[in-house]
Design a protein around this ligand. Structure first.
Ligand code: GLY
Ligand code: MN
Ligand code: MN
Length: 434
């Protein structure tokens, strides 16, 4: 992403912060996997959103109106020996030249320099409660400034939740962001299509997961946005099934919930299809019901509608269909009121999508469901889950778990389905798998 995009975001945030304020934002900590081995580093989403800086051990400070520069980046200094072992570093010069910092300091000097930046600043924007050790450092810096009151130095008097402001910004995707998200969805879609082509009875769930990784990475994705779920047959009824270690059986469906990450943006796609390429009658009946619910929900992803409208639409279609198939009993009105569908559909129809797969942003404002606005991106993912042994349910429906999930951008007009390149109609799926 272009550096101007990050600069524009910092400007927008600083306008909201106003003069007399300061924002402090560290990136994620590196975490140990086991002895000498780290988990692959992924920058903190908020930090990366404002800086585009992907190295560990960095802190961004914004000081609106500061004469010597408003954007300060603390980061690792260049070090030929360490870089030989662990990879290149931007260093202080790179922070300024390549990442647009007005000023850069060694991360090791943070405790010495930060208190000075708080002097004569009334408000501190900071996301408290994410990292107790860092919270303590911030409060130590503030105390240091306050202890100089008799020397006439004024310290901050107000703390504000930086994340609250940032997360509202992140909810509205810019043109640059939607274009990365569209590309991420396209890569994932291509990988999902490849799974439909390659799947056959006897393969293992982990082999499909592996093909998905391979396809995404071969096309330049940075990895996965979350661990893939590949559930054959009854395993699809475990919502967060990630063992992925069983063989896929002839006659079963397989549910695959997988999405790549690209430039720190997530895609999140689920498809469910027959392991042998042909839906049975019972599978088809349930599948088409979920698809109808999904299409009805997507049609509600329109500016001016509320967050809950897609969910309500999906629930209505599912309930009606379950009554018709004899899986629920009673009248539509009564079944909806009693929420009897929750026996087979126990999650919500979607979530915000962005840098985090379950992205930031409030779902309610002042106690009411939020209105959808252009630039918001959400998933639409209804499902039905009928495990083996479900009491009072005919055998033919058992062992079937279905979810269909797409990524949808709210526009001024029609819903824009970013993940539309993976087939989801029965005929299309059977044709691709034939
Ligand atoms: N892949 C996680 C979800 O669908 O919410
Ligand atoms: Mn998903
Ligand atoms: Mn999802």
């Amino acid at each position: 992403m272009n550096q101007n995009e990050f600069k524009r975001r910092r400007r927008q945030l600083m306008r909201m912060m106003g003069p007399g304020s300061v924002a402090i934002l560290p990136t994620a900590a590196e975490t140990i996997r086991n002895r000498d081995v780290h988990h692959p580093f992924r920058p903190d989403s908020d930090f990366y959103y404002l800086t585009g800086f992907a190295e560990p051990e960095a802190v961004m400070v914004l000081v609106p109106g500061r004469a010597h520069g408003e954007y300060i980046l603390f980061c690792r200094e260049k070090d030929p020996t360490k870089e030989l072992w662990d990879g290149r570093r931007a260093g202080l010069e790179g922070a300024v030249d390549d990442y647009g910092a007005d000023d850069a300091f060694p991360i090791t000097d943070l405790d010495d320099i930060l208190p000075g930046l708080l002097e004569e600043r009334e408000r501190v924007f900071f996301a408290m409660g994410c990292d107790p050790a860092f919270d303590k450092r911030v409060s130590d810096w503030v105390s240091q400034v306050r202890s100089r009151a008799r020397a006439g130095v004024h310290g901050p008097i107000e703390f504000l939740a930086l994340d609250h402001f940032l997360h509202d910004m992140r909810l509205y995707k810019s043109r640059a962001e939607t274009s990365v998200m569209r590309r991420a969805a396209k890569l994932s879609a291509q990988a999902h299509r490849e799974l439909m082509r390659r799947c056959e009875p006897g393969m293992h769930e982990y082999q499909l997961a592996s093909v998905f990784n391979h396809e995404c990475q071969m096309q330049g994705a940075n990895g996965l946005a979350y661990p893939s779920i590949v559930g054959g047959g009854n395993n699809a009824c475990v919502l967060h099934y990630v063992e992925n270690n069983e063989a896929l059986r002839d006659g079963d469906l397989v549910l695959i919930d997988a999405g790549c990450e690209l430039d720190c943006y997530a895609s999140d796609i689920t498809r469910t299809f027959p392991v042998n390429g042909q839906f049975s009658d019972a599978q088809r009946a349930l599948y088409e019901l979920v698809l109808d619910a999904q299409l009805a929900a997507i049609d509600k992803v329109r500016a001016g509608n509320h967050w809950n409208d897609p969910h309500d639409a999906a629930v209505r279609v599912l309930t009606k269909g379950l009554l018709k198939l004899g899986l629920l009993r009673g009248t539509l009105a009564k079944a909806l009121k009693a929420q009897s569908y929750t026996r087979f559909y126990m999650h919500r129809t979607g979530h915000w999508l962005g840098m985090d797969v379950h992205d930031v942003g409030d779902y309610k404002v002042d106690g009411h469901w939020r209105e959808l606005e252009p630039g918001m991106v959400l998933t639409v993912e209804p499902g039905l889950y009928i495990p083996h042994g479900a009491k009072g349910v005919a055998k033919k429906w058992q062992g079937i778990g279905i979810r269909i999930e797409d990524d949808v951008l709210v526009t001024k007009g029609e819903p824009d389905v970013l993940s539309k390149d993976v087939p989801k109609h029965v005929d299309e799926i059977e044709a691709l798998m034939a």
